[in-house]
Ligand binder design. Sequence first.
Ligand code: G16
Length: 542
Amino acid sequence: MINIVATKPFDDQKPGTSGLRKKVPVFQQPNYAENFIQSIFDSLEGFEGKDLVIGGDGRYFNREVIQIAVRMAAANGFGSVIIGQGGILSTPAASHIIRKYKAFGGIILSASHNPGGPKEDFGIKYNIGNGGPAPENVTDAIYARTKTIDSYRIADAPEIDIDTIGTHDIGAMKVRVIDSVADYAQMMETLFDFDAIRTLFKGGFRMAFDAMHAVTGPYAKEILENRLGAPEGTARNFVPLPDFGGHHPDPNLVYAKQLYDDLMGENAPDFGAASDGDGDRNLIIGRGIFVTPSDSLALLAANAHLAPAYKDGLKGIARSMPTSCAADRVAEKLGVGLYETPTGWKFFGNLLDAGLVTICGEESAGTGSDHIREKDGLWAVLLWLNILAVRKQSVAEIVTGHWSEYGRNYYARHDYEAVETDRANTLIKELRDKLPTLVGHGINGLTVVSADDFAYHDPVDGSVSEHQGVRILFEGGSRVVFRLSGTGTSGATLRVYIERYEAADGDHTMETQAALSGLIAAAEAVAGIRKHTGRDKPSVVT
Ligand code: G16
């Protein structure tokens, strides 16, 4: 039986950089999740009788919303839903399953790297049939619908057993509970030289992978330990927990500090990596050396041909605007296109579908390729392993060799979290107002060569996305970029991205914050961060 339940709009359901993210108690309000899911369905056309993939990162409230989404999918006329066992699907695995089974789309329940638990974060996002995050025209339509919705449809059905692989029926709709890991692991075997990586581990290569009590645990166990023969214990914190063990599942130097310390310590493993809540981000650390996500993108692009999937070379490279320009130099050398997009993986979808790019990456620890339409944490780790297995050099040798060839982009991001929204907006507004006056002038002794508010013109569908970050470029290729995060759930997060280029024959041995100190001072001078945020230092530096 189908129930049509009367409801009223909520005024805070605007999707951010990656879906709707709110605190769990917000999602627990009666009808809140239902309204958003119905608004998704109401914004789509032609899904009747088709398949919908549903999965999540296992965080608190995942199981409850899966049951709701399944019954709503049945009431709205989907032909079947495909669910990961236990409600678990990493974001990249969900993207793969949508593509592999030619589903109409998918609902991914995750707040990514944000903490989980009864008082922490939850999220819902919709991915389209190419496996990628819904583009802006779809998220805009969803948001518009959330403002007028007056009812939702939900089937009357008993709770589905999502922990056992098998099939069920809800009215005319089939429910298939599938293995969360198998399809994804099988795809990875087709992309990389597993024999070479196995030989690497057999030779005593030591690795530590921190799954941060989040979704990649079962994937890392299966792929690294079972299929590639890495010793047991290589995957750490591998049981996904609803509250991520009380930690922040964000693979950066602050939240993956133990891993970092181990890689910097005595008797360090050769290679360290971590992934986030939903498995799409990655952190790469070699013995004694942290690789910034921007450098990792450039290095992966420069060496991708060493892995079977990319042996014929790359079609092009894409990076988000705030990501460092290290990849640009690789694209130039390879003679392929370099595309600069706004922050948000959804902007890569058109470029990948049009065959313009093979590899994409973001400073926010995301890298991926045309194998799916999401960033992919374990993919990046496996590509690194494949490169290490073929080159037979250490991470440090590969990274410093890259700098000697291309130069080094010193890079850091300073985050000011939970700033009062009005104050953060004022800072950005004042900066925007100042932009026309900056060019040709000096800020702290650095000459501004261009200053603008980044607008993206999608070369595939011609759409325009404005106000994607204020960027100030200085002589010599240095720059500072300011933007407000679209993924936070309390107040505003100001992100300041700072980059300085040191040519191939320059000094690549400086400490990053010291190398950037002049630019950090210039960022303060031009934006008045202290005055506007009331903070005298960032909450997180990555
Ligand atoms: C999401 C998006 C990424 C984006 C990141 C940070 O990542 O998918 O494309 O770079 O947010 O966005 P912001 O700077 O707006 O917070 P994830 O891993 O949270 O899904």
